[in-house]
Design a protein around this ligand. Structure first.
Ligand code: MLT
Length: 352
């Protein structure tokens, strides 16, 4: 009996000890974070006072693989922004977990005006898809502005025995899970598009995830996967080079960059629409002056003919000025979080 009480007492004491240890380490972490933020702000304050921000290269984190659609937008944008900032914008690819590892990294980075993130719709779907998400898109960031909207295309490997949307639908229904569908992981827009596609067709493909749609495209070109839904910023050169089979675009209307491509809606998938939007973020606590300077460089890039022409060739549409602002991005993100939260929870699709 004494042993029982002794064991029970030990069991009861252990969580208390663990709790106080956890509380202590949390306090230490908060203190460290606070000091780090305070130090960054002090350092930043004196740099700003001397008018020297930015005085070294800035890192723009991309949540997917190099060479993919997000990376293509980020590299062109960074090159253009560097002209205004007078400093290089270094692209840092941090892949994994549908883009959430990169977001987490930036949410926890020093808020000193030297780390930013570019992300797409995945920022808004993450809170519903990942129930244990270690950051909050609506609370842990400073918002810079939106960049461009990009349509997606439904592609097959070049030798897929199906032509046009009618041929694709027939092939998909006949082959079901024998069809390999590539994507960039849960939370990627390629996954979202593929999910809607399977739902619209009433079929279940076999999904093959990659660290981005750049490696997914390599697999499609090599014939290791059959189908990929991906953004025009990566797919147009492959479509024009006739290295893939194009079935259609995911916008409700045809797009200027691919005028002959039918929409999936025209092909029989009524109301099918996926459009990708991009936002630029900084860690919360980034000095407003740094956000304002980065935003001014962003807005200048969105008027730079080198950038805008490249985006137009790749099917991307620069967002209107009202969305190029911190408020424009924040309002849009909130609406998207609400919209996708409902859809995802109803579908019961979770990544964890
Ligand atoms: C990428 O850059 O690889 C894509 O944006 C990933 C995705 O499909 O979301």
């Amino acid at each position: 009996m004494r042993n029982f009480f002794a064991r029970a007492a030990t069991r009861a004491a252990w969580p208390m000890a663990a709790l106080s240890r956890a509380a202590l380490s949390r306090a230490a972490l908060s203190w460290a974070a606070l000091s780090w933020t305070a130090l960054s702000c002090l350092a930043w304050g004196s740099a700003a006072a001397q008018g020297t921000y930015p005085n070294h290269p800035i890192s723009l984190v991309v949540p997917f693989a190099a060479g993919g659609p997000t990376d293509v937008v980020a590299r062109s944008l960074g090159a253009s922004m560097a002209k205004t900032l007078g400093q290089s914008v270094i692209i840092e690819n941090r892949t994994g977990a549908g883009g959430t590892l990169a977001s987490q990294h930036v949410a926890r980075a020093a808020p000193d005006g030297y780390t930013f993130l570019i992300h797409h719709n995945g920022m808004a779907t993450a809170p519903a898809l990942y129930r244990k998400l270690p950051f909050n898109p609506l609370k842990d960031f400073a918002y810079v502005g939106q960049v461009a909207d990009v349509p997606m295309t439904l592609l097959g490997r070049k030798d897929l025995p199906a032509d046009g949307m009618a041929g694709f639908i027939k092939y998909a229904k006949q082959n079901g899970d024998k069809v390999n569908l590539a994507n960039a992981g849960l939370g990627a827009v390629s996954q979202l598009c593929g999910m809607l596609l399977q739902e619209s067709l009433g079929v279940q493909f076999t999904t093959v995830p990659y660290a981005g749609t750049a490696p997914a495209m390599t697999a499609l070109l090599g014939g290791q996967v059959d189908v990929l839904c991906d953004q025009t910023t990566q797919t147009i050169p492959q479509i024009k080079g006739e290295r893939v089979k194009l079935f259609g675009v995911t916008t409700l209307d045809r797009i200027k960059a691919l005028p002959d491509a039918p929409t999936l809606q025209e092909g029989g998938l009524k109301g099918f629409e996926v459009k990708v939007w991009h936002g630029v973020y900084a860690p919360k606590g980034t000095p407003p002056e740094a956000v304002a300077k980065f935003n001014a460089a962003l807005r200048a890039a969105l008027k730079d003919p080198v950038f805008t022409q490249k985006m137009a060739e790749l099917g991307a549409e620069i967002v209107p000025e009202s969305k190029q602002t911190p408020e424009g991005l924040q309002t849009w993100l909130q609406a998207e979080v609400d919209k996708w939260g409902g859809v995802i929870r109803k579908a019961g699709v979770y990544a964890d």
